[in-house]
Design a protein. Structure first.
Length: 155
């Protein structure tokens, strides 16, 4: 949404709530190539705000924002012009029952990729985008362990 790849990652990730190796708490500060700064904050063990027990993800830009609720069961757009949230209707995927979405996790990403490969069409995420995502994750882990910003060009 920033329109520029992430170049540096600073942050902390920890396992706090689960008895297995998962980073269930994360706070990241991302510096983009164009100088813009963005943040990522997540926790599997706490809601994102009062009364938002099912709120999974929010993303905000200068123009508007998106809120994904109940693992994709609802999508809302925030309009800064009138400071109102508007629900966006999203079609249920034909490969999954609507109630199954809350348990599916990454199924949708995999199914879109497998379908594209089977049909010989373009996959939803390019290898460069996937590489950038993996670099951000590795950068976050290193930044937390080393207590310093990580230059993703070094990964």
């Amino acid at each position: 949404m920033i329109g520029s790849p992430v170049q540096y990652v600073e942050g902390r990730v920890q396992t706090k709530f689960f008895d297995f190796d998962v980073d269930d708490v994360a706070l990241l500060l991302l510096e983009h190539k164009n100088g813009a700064v963005s943040t990522v904050m997540t926790s599997w063990g706490a809601s994102s705000g009062a009364g938002d027990q099912s709120n999974i993800c929010e993303v905000h830009t200068q123009e508007d924002g998106l809120r994904l609720v109940q693992r994709g069961r609802s999508l809302y757009r925030f309009h800064r012009s009138n400071r109102q949230w508007q629900e966006i209707q999203v079609e249920d995927p034909d490969y999954m029952a609507p109630k199954a979405k809350i348990f599916a996790g990454h199924t949708g990403y995999f199914m879109q990729t497998f379908r594209a490969l089977a049909n010989g069409t373009e996959i939803p995420i390019t290898w460069k985008q996937a590489r950038q995502n993996l670099a951000i994750i590795e950068g976050a882990r290193r930044a937390s362990a080393e207590r310093k910003a990580i230059d993703l060009r070094d990964l």
